[in-house]
Design a protein around this ligand. Structure first.
Ligand code: K7E
Ligand code: CUA
Length: 659
């Protein structure tokens, strides 16, 4: 048995001294230095639970007592679950799921509520609703390159959609999509003042959604980077002011916007410069092996300020409603440049000072550090080593880089602290590598369990990262949690990066949803969330009083040309009216307002068999329209346990048969 002796790190924890003192029933004052001795209670607890000193130290750094809030909030993608996760750090408590690309009944998101149904319909593809999404990269809105806590944007890889989530109420306000592209991956990434939300296609296809034989891949298939214009005042993307740049049929991958010195530029890498398009049953190499033949792919450098001028000057063609700068124009006008990058890269991350572009090469052992200054100088001097088959100028690799850091097997993504260190996820090796941006040398590797993908540091994509915490977003969980069948959660591992030296593993957190790809971590006090909707009858999408808002004493049922309208209120613990009589086949419009103005006094409204579930937070207004096409007796009731008489918060929809 090891005797418990607090280490210097333990003793230095602010929490430690009071805990030791309290546990010792007073003990000796004196700063709790090396002399602080744990009580018999703590020792026996440690023994009983088999905890080491390091475990207790980690627990003290993450434990968040009742009533205390977390210092940071992490917004993690919910992958093909289509939802966004909100996680407190350091406690790693899940605080909320936000329905984005997928209907979410608890929030009454697109499960009958007209306003949110319309939001989801904003992402319809070729006239059809899509009820799931493959969310990859959340991007918090920025002001001056720092997260401002107002909005978060997320991309849906599968259906090429981008969503805007408002952080006053954590509701999805808008989903946009363009049939110009058929998938995305470099989404969502924002420019330093959130002028644009970037969405780059991944799998080349004919622009606009038409058909072309795959043998015409090189000629007819294309990629594109869409610059969605964000109107901060309205809290909406303005599709009419958005535009795109046509790209060659390489598979464009992640993107990042320049900042400070590199503001005005965007960078995205690509795989498959070979333009392999598969055909392994047709005598061609499989897509995968065809795409990894060459030694280099292309880092795309886009001067978006220049592109913006071209758009203003009308140098675009319109495809499916989107203004597009053609490859030819982009290449000729100094908008698009390529720099070779090591084989099959994945992450591209701009350093906090905006000076360097760090690229992880999946099939290379390096993180390559490109210099923006060098790239910009080569571009403006028109010093090219050649052109790609589409006429895009190529800069010299060696002349564009500051250097390379020998990382290990399979470097992917990179995050930064404020102290000159970079942290790169190393997928094959299953470690986080901490390395110095100054001399490009690895200083520490911390094993991950298992196969880390992205990682996320506190304020890690801003011009002023906080350091402190890093989350390894691991693809596999294997033996970390209780077995739950073949489909396992993923494992977010919280890491302490506050020290100048080694990183420290603090906590394992299972993520039982989708495949979370990426996350961003923001200082919690930057988010100013409302406690309830005010005035009573606010539509959560418009944030204005809804025309159908119903106040107390205004409840009524009217028959109009377009059906039966029910103006209803919800308050603890009744709906008014609680009896609704309609005839089979009539269209029913429910206008339900919660007249509550009390914190957390949420009601629900469930109407089974008619597929309707609403969340009516205090002050919120909801509209529902449906055809009462089944005769019968249908109870409706409140789905939130809101009061002692919650079970009695119910009513009946009586649908009288036609004959
Ligand atoms: Cu999973 Cu950013 Cu879509 Cu890497 S991506 S791991
Ligand atoms: Cu309202 Cu339960």
């Amino acid at each position: 048995m090891t005797v418990f002796r607090p280490r210097a790190t333990l003793a230095s924890l602010a929490l430690w001294a009071p805990l030791a003192l309290a546990a010792c029933g007073g003990g000796t004052a004196g700063g709790g230095g090396a002399g602080a001795t744990p009580s018999g209670d703590i020792l026996s607890l440690m023994q009983a639970r088999g905890l080491s000193e390091a475990d207790v130290s980690a627990a003290l750094m993450t434990y968040t007592p009742t009533g205390k809030h977390d210092e940071y909030l992490t917004f993690a993608s919910g992958g093909h679950g289509g939802q966004l996760l909100v996680i407190g750090v350091p406690s790693m408590r899940i605080i909320k799921y936000v329905g984005v690309f997928t209907p979410e009944p608890w929030q009454g998101y697109a499960t009958g509520d007209v306003a949110t149904e319309r939001v989801l319909d904003g992402g319809n593809r070729f006239g059809k609703r899509v009820e799931w999404g493959d969310m990859h990269h959340p991007a918090l809105s920025e002001t001056g390159g720092d997260y401002d806590g107002q909005f978060i944007f997320v991309g849906d890889k599968a259906n090429a959609r981008v969503a805007v989530v408002g952080l006053s109420d954590f509701m999805t306000r808008q989903i946009v999509t363009s049939e110009l592209i058929q998938s995305d991956h470099g989404a969502a990434f924002v420019t330093p003042n959130t002028d644009y939300v970037i969405e780059t296609s991944q799998y080349p296809a004919p622009l606009g959604g038409g058909y072309a034989p795959i043998e015409e891949f090189n000629e007819k298939y294309r990629g594109a980077a869409i610059f969605w214009k964000f109107d901060r005042q309205r809290g909406r993307i303005d599709p009419t002011a958005s535009w795109a740049i046509e790209l060659p049929p390489y598979m464009q991958d992640l993107a990042d916007a320049g900042k400070l010195v590199s503001d005005g530029w965007a960078f995205m890498n690509s795989v498959n410069s070979e333009r392999s398009y598969g055909g392994n049953l047709e005598g061609r190499p499989s897509l995968e092996s065809g795409a990894s033949q060459g030694d280099m792919d292309y880092l795309h450098c886009i001067n978006w300020r220049k592109a913006e001028e071209l758009v203003k000057a009308g140098r675009t063609t319109t495809i499916v409603g989107m203004k597009v700068i053609s490859l030819e124009v982009a290449a000729a006008e100094g908008v698009l440049f390529f720099v070779p990058e090591p084989k099959s890269p994945h992450g591209v991350d701009i350093t906090p000072d905006g000076k360097d572009i760090v690229v992880g090469g999946k099939l290379d052992t390096h993180a390559t550090v490109f210099s923006f200054e060098k790239i910009a100088a080569l571009a403006s001097a028109k010093k090219f080593v050649g052109k790609d088959p589409y006429g895009v100028p190529i800069l010299d690799f060696k002349e564009s880089i500051r250097g390379q850091c020998e990382i290990g097997l399979g470097p992917l993504h990179t995050q930064f602290d404020g102290n000159g260190f970079a942290y790169t996820s190393v997928f094959i090796e299953s470690v986080v590598a901490k390395w110095s941006l100054k001399d490009l040398k690895v200083v520490h590797k911390l094993p991950m369990h298992y196969n880390i993908g992205h990682l996320c540091a506190a304020e890690g994509d801003t011009v002023s990262p906080d350091g402190k915490y890093l989350i390894g977003m691991n693809k596999w969980a294997m033996d970390r949690f209780s077995p739950v069948g073949p489909l396992l959660p993923q494992n977010f591992q919280l890491i302490d990066i506050s020290g100048a030296g080694d990183m420290n593993l603090l906590y394992d957190m299972p993520i039982p949803l989708g495949e979370p790809h990426y996350a961003q971590m923001i200082k919690a006090d930057k988010i100013k969330a409302i406690e309830y909707y005010t005035p009573v009858g606010t539509n959560p999408i418009t944030h204005e009083k809804d025309p159908n808002a119903t106040l107390a004493k205004q409840e009524r049922i009217e028959r109009r040309a377009d059906g039966v309208h029910v103006w209803m209120t919800a308050v603890r613990s009744h709906f008014t009216p609680d009896t609704i009589r309609v005839k089979e086949g009539e269209t029913v419009h429910l206008h339900i307002t919660s007249v509550e103005q009390a914190f957390d006094a949420t009601h629900g409204f469930a109407l089974g068999s008619y597929d309707i579930n609403l969340s009516i937070e205090p002050g919120r207004h909801c509209d529902v329209t449906f055809v009462a096409d089944r005769a019968g007796v249908f109870p409706y009731y409140c789905t939130e346990f809101c009061s002692a008489l919650h079970l009695e918060m119910a009513g009946y929809l009586l649908v009288e048969p036609k004959s």
